[in-house]
Design a protein around this ligand. Structure first.
Ligand code: HEM
Length: 335
């Protein structure tokens, strides 16, 4: 991947460059209409290498899921015994595999974003502009991976629907993409949570490319809510993923992976790259008190999340269902 031709811009308030500098560098490039201007098209082209890596990872995860189904060691089959027919449900397993890569890419892009907008460690092997570009390309790929995950789930529904094709497509579309369209079991909540993550990711990710129209400051404020997309994604996975349905090391690992994100978020809030975002001592704060209270609450909430994650990890109480007995022929439904 070629480094961006534009060096990271210094914080207007004197701090180091951060995620937000994407706006600054981009805006400056826009103003000068330089040939190296970052556009959606240039980023889509740049996102091909990590997109190909994502596809390879998806293929590996699919092979693992498929092998576990065949070996009857997958918890997906414990939850839905009819899925033991690996060949009959391969699209569903491919959808699961895309779900895992979507989550991994979402994790990566959030880590990169927090490294850029918080205290960037000196030992990182990449320059800030390269990190920034990787952050943008992994974000674009995350959106595509989520979409592929949902689309394959819908395709599997169509394949198993005996109604006429147009009616089957419509039903699958409503169940996979319309909040409230899937109205039974855990899916009643888990599906809208996943859909909300997808539908928020699209504008919050893509608004960057029209930041010169909406204003860099508006873009920066909106882009912060991307963390909500990530939280919804993790929530959806832990609520609905049949491979993390039960207690156990894998589910606990998914929780464990949230610790670095929470720690980086706290670091970003306590030591933001932009000095103007730092939390002043109560007496030294200029501006409305509500603003100070909001900033303080954000930092407190991030610290509380770290404490909660540590409690989950230490207690092993990860919210998973209890593992069923060996004979699963009469177990529960996952709908
Ligand atoms: C329109 C949006 C979405 C739909 C329709 C959807 C659908 C589903 C369904 C039906 C499952 C259950 C699969 C199973 O049996 O394990 C699932 C699980 C999962 N989803 Fe989603 N999802 C959506 C959004 C997301 C998002 C935003 C992410 C993450 C970035 C995600 C990641 C996952 C993961 C990792 C699993 C667990 C798969 C497994 O256990 O193997 N999904 N999703």
């Amino acid at each position: 991947m070629k480094p961006s031709p534009v060096p990271a811009a210094p914080d207007p308030a004197g701090g180091p460059a951060g995620t937000d500098t994407a706006t600054d560098t981009g805006a400056r490039q826009d103003a000068g209409r330089s040939p190296g201007r970052v556009t959606l098209r240039s980023d889509l082209r740049a996102s091909v290498p990590d997109g190909l890596i994502a596809l390879l990872v998806t293929a590996a995860v699919f092979a693992l899921i498929y092998a576990r189904i065949k070996a009857k060691t997958s918890s997906t089959v414990s939850v839905m015994p009819f899925m033991a027919d690996a060949g009959g449900f391969w699209m569903y397993f491919l959808s699961q595999a895309f779900g895992w890569t979507a989550l991994l890419w979402a994790w990566t892009t959030v880590v990169l974003g927090l490294l850029l907008s918080g205290p960037t460690p000196r030992w990182l092997p990449m320059s800030a502009p390269r990190l920034e570009r990787l952050h943008r390309t992994t974000s674009l790929n995350t959106i595509s991976l989520i979409f592929a995950h949902a689309l394959l789930f819908a395709a599997e529904l169509v394949r198993h629907d005996t109604a006429r094709w147009n009616s089957a497509v419509w039903t699958a579309f409503v169940e996979a993409f319309v909040p409230g369209g899937y109205d039974s079991g855990t899916g009643r909540w888990a599906m809208p949570i996943g859909q909300a993550a997808l539908y928020l990711a699209i504008p919050l990710g893509l608004l960057f490319y029209v930041r010169h129209r909406i204003g860099p400051r508006t873009w920066r404020v909106l882009h912060r809510f991307v963390i909500v997309v990530y939280v919804l994604s993790v929530w959806h996975t832990l609520l609905y993923g049949t491979n993390v349905w039960y207690d156990g090391w894998f589910r606990t690992t998914v929780w464990l992976l949230q610790l670095p994100i929470a720690a980086l978020l706290l670091g970003r809030l306590l030591f933001p790259a932009r000095r103007s975002e730092r939390l002043a001592r109560p007496g030294a704060h200029t501006g409305p008190a509500a603003g100070w209270a909001l900033r303080f609450t954000g930092r407190f909430a991030a610290a509380a999340v770290i404490a909660a994650l540590l409690a989950i990890l230490v207690s092993g109480n990860d919210g998973g269902r209890s593992v069923p007995p060996e004979d699963t022929s009469s177990t529960h439904n996952h709908d």
